[in-house]
Design a protein around this ligand. Structure first.
Ligand code: AMP
Length: 508
């Protein structure tokens, strides 16, 4: 998963891009980058690390100009090399840079086509570099020295006709302006806003509305699936639908876990959808667990807090923050290797014994993916003195890999892959386990916008909305994502870094 921002302003945009990326940090902690245009020249800073660590004053001073884009990265296919940090850049035509959130499901085919048709070389394993090159190729098909909005939209229509998967993207073209587009299913989110200044109107694009609010932009609307928006360097605004067949099917996992609660995606408040998840799950617990004498509801911080509070209210039980989270440690999920992940759960959470001693506790999490966190937390609750430990997940069983941009483990590493409830319950060691049904999850989010007829729910039901994901593709994804593949890659990367350092004398 990644976060993207883009601003066409009337004054320098570096600080606003930085602030926008900071509030999108939850979408990716692996790498960050900003690119701006000043005097027809790109200035780029990108590196591995958090936003606050990647940009120092000297970098910010270099990022001059009134137009720019930014990116925070969370590796999807597994590589965490800094060479794959975004935005990416190509020099022809005009000079184009691009930031992308999502994953192309036909990247291999596109890469091959780029080479045979256009002799274009893609230097990383990132599908975002492929997307940039496809866009560059299409923009280069016109022999005009200056492209207009129609030329931009023709290029995006061609991009949409070739690319499959989930992509929300922002590109900048030197001497022209900013081009934002969302895939024809609108799987990944993208919003835009504007702000009036004495020198004209400024526009901002972002993965989540919270970035607009932070930067003082008024939310205008979501970019529609298959739509492209072009804002020229001098602030003229154009938009057009650039796909023949479109159908809004936003990723439901954004609501379960990824997005910030204070964001609104496709007119649905993430916070309200989580409260609704709590209502639905609370009602299910009431129906199915009438025999369980639960004393207290305890969230596994932080995403599940709003959900657990609502469950407690439905069940008329006390809600207690029984776990304290260390805010200064990274998410456990992104640590490579199962052993590392196990240790870091303990570093991240600690139990307050008095909330557990002698009680039947209901622990609530937003989702169970690998089950590493859940098993550790059940154990911690027992160690803290709980009598019985029940576990509720606000999302259904995660059984299938995600191919549209969410970093999920390989299928075999998902605790619910090919397993039934009792088996999963035994694995995480709880005295009872309950999952939200998919029907209820969809209903909980849809309450916020009944016009949505479809969500992207593949991690729960294995139905991939783009229709091109077969077992062969899933096998290839699996091979890239499993822990042993990740650790082989990490080793190869550190070996090549060491060699590079020996040759250049760096790192001494
Ligand atoms: P686990 O079951 O040990 O894999 O951990 C699941 C927890 O990780 C859930 O409680 C979520 O809060 C969080 N989570 C779910 N999906 C992801 C993801 N793709 N990346 C990072 N964290 C996630």
């Amino acid at each position: 998963m990644c976060g993207i921002v883009g601003i066409v302003g009337t004054s320098p945009v570096n600080q606003a891009l930085y602030d926008g990326l900071t509030v999108l940090q939850h979408r990716g902690q692996d790498a960050a980058g900003i690119i701006t245009i000043d005097n027809n020249t790109f200035s780029l800073r990108k590196a591995n690390g958090l936003v606050k660590d990647v940009f120092h004053t000297r970098h910010m001073k270099r990022l001059q100009g009134n137009i720019g884009i930014g990116h925070v990265r969370y590796p999807t296919a597994g590589s965490s090399s800094s060479a794959e940090a975004q935005p990416f850049y190509v020099n022809s035509p005009f000079g184009i840079s691009l930031a992308h959130n999502g994953n192309l499901t036909n990247a291999a085919e596109l890469k091959e086509r780029l080479f045979t048709k256009a002799r274009r070389h893609v230097n990383t394993t990132s599908d975002s570099e492929i997307l940039l090159n496809i866009l560059a190729y299409e923009l280069g098909c016109s022999d005009k020295m200056k492209l207009d909005a129609d030329d931009m939209f023709t290029a995006i229509a061609a991009v949409n006709a070739q690319c499959s998967g989930g992509y929300a993207s922002i590109a900048m073209i030197i001497g022209h302006g900013m081009l934002a587009f969302r895939d024809p299913h609108g799987i990944r989110p993208l919003v835009f806003g504007k702000r009036d200044t004495d020198n004209g109107t400024e526009y901002m694009f972002a993965s989540e509305s919270v970035a607009l609010a932070t930067d003082g932009f008024d939310f205008v609307r979501d970019v529609a699936p298959g739509e492209a928006i072009y804002v020229t360097e001098d602030g003229q605004f154009f938009s057009k639908m650039c796909a023949d067949k479109t159908m809004l099917a936003p990723c439901i996992f954004e609501f379960v876990y990824f997005a910030r609660p204070d964001s609104t995606i496709d007119s649905m408040s993430v916070y309200a959808s989580r409260v609704n998840m709590g209502t639905k799950l609370g009602e299910k617990i009431q129906r199915e667990w009438a025999d369980k004498d639960i004393d207290v509801v305890i969230p596994i911080p932080e995403t599940s807090c709003d959900i657990a509070l609502e469950i407690a209210s439905v069940l008329n039980l006390p809600y207690r923050q029984g776990f304290v989270k260390n805010r200064y440690i990274g998410r456990t999920f992104i640590m490579p290797g199962q052993e590392q992940r196990k240790k870091s759960v303990r570093r991240k959470l600690n139990a307050i014994d008095r909330e557990f001693v002698g009680k039947n506790v209901l622990l609530v999490d937003d989702s169970i993916v690998r089950g590493t966190t859940s098993a550790q937390i059940v154990e911690m609750a027992r160690e803290a003195g709980a009598k019985n430990v029940y576990f509720a997940s606000a999302a259904p069983e995660v059984r299938f890999p995600n191919v549209y941009g969410i970093d999920m483990p390989s299928a075999a590493e998902l605790i619910a892959h090919g397993r039934e409830l009792e088996d999963i319950n035994a694995s995480i060691g709880s005295d009872g386990l309950i999952y939200q049904s998919l029907e209820d999850l969809i209903a909980a989010v849809r309450i916020e916008n009944p016009e949505i007829s479809q969500f992207e729910t593949s991690v729960f039901d294995g139905q991939y909305i783009t229709g091109d994901v077969d077992q062969d593709y899933l096998n290839r994804i699996d091979a890239l994502r499993n822990d042993s593949a990740k650790s082989t890659r990490e080793q190869a990367m550190s070996a090549s870094l060491e060699l590079h350092n020996q040759e250049t004398g760096e790192g001494e």
